[in-house]
Design a binder for this molecule. Structure first.
Ligand SMILES: [Fe+2]
Ligand SMILES: [Fe+2]
Length: 257
């Protein structure tokens, strides 16, 4: 089943997007904790359980969104604290894990963003199209550039051609992130109108995010068939393709979600 069959844009769908995101992160992390780290592994397994149960609950589509958001926020807060703890220990070289600290931080930023987005949905506020576009690009473009760096991290060094391709894409998304940051400070909030320069930038990001989504899905297929030498979790590429999809959908609708 293609992952987009699991992707819906109503409030329940957005809650599922975020909770699945954290659930995947916890599962990916589980593979990379050394057996010397029983305490960390158990705490993480507990998170997998909590996040997995919430995902199942959300997928029934029968729970009131307000109640569901409250529960998801609590679990995400817990997940965020756990990651902060793991990062603090990793920075002191106190844990044996193969997950890069930058990747832990990446997951932590997604946890923080999800808390922000779900609070925002709960508040009923509506950002102006320009504010929403800048917010989404500024947050997600850094994540997109990170994803490419993490693809390199998991790809075996023997994939020379693929490494070159990923490197080129990384530099493109790093530049797009820098541009989003420049536009963010050039046009401070509240932004009342979508200036042509922003509209043009949005179109460029939408186009590039679609290309990136397709690239990640191609690679997903290769990895699932074990046709590239990699240590990547089998569904990591699908996970990050979904995030590219989420970015361009939000930019097309000019919403925060
Ligand atoms: Fe993610
Ligand atoms: Fe991500």
């Amino acid at each position: 089943m293609p992952y987009t069959d699991n992707y819906e844009r109503d409030t329940n769908g957005i809650i599922i997007f975020w909770i699945r995101n954290h659930y995947d992160h916890a599962r990916f992390f589980d593979r990379e904790i050394s057996h010397h780290e029983m305490e960390l592994a158990h705490a993480n397994q507990n998170m997998i359980q909590i996040l997995g149960n919430l995902l199942k609950k959300a997928e029934t589509k029968t729970v009131d969104c307000k109640i569901l958001i409250d529960e998801v926020q609590q679990a995400t807060q817990k997940w965020h604290s756990f990651l902060s703890y793991a990062i603090a220990r990793a920075l002191r070289c106190e844990v044996i894990i193969s997950t890069p600290t930058a990747l832990l931080d990446h997951m932590k930023r997604e946890a923080k963003e999800s808390i922000f987005v779900l609070d925002y949905i709960q508040s009923g506020d509506k950002a102006s199209p320009a504010d929403a576009s800048i917010h989404e690009s500024y947050f997600w473009l850094r994540q997109m550039s990170d994803h490419l760096i993490f693809i390199s991290h998991y790809l075996d060094a023997s994939n020379y051609e693929l490494h070159d391709e990923v490197k080129q894409k990384t530099s493109k998304f790093t530049n797009l992130f820098l541009q989003a940051n420049a536009l963010r400070t050039m046009m401070p909030s509240p932004r009342k109108e979508v200036l042509p320069v922003l509209s043009n930038f949005n179109q460029m990001v939408i186009k590039e995010a679609k290309v990136l989504e397709a690239f990640k899905l191609e690679l997903d297929d290769i990895i699932k068939h074990c046709a590239a030498v990699t240590t990547s979790p089998p569904d990591l590429l699908e996970h990050i393709a979904r995030e590219a999809h989420h970015l361009w959908r939000n930019l097309e609708e000019m919403v925060i979600s």
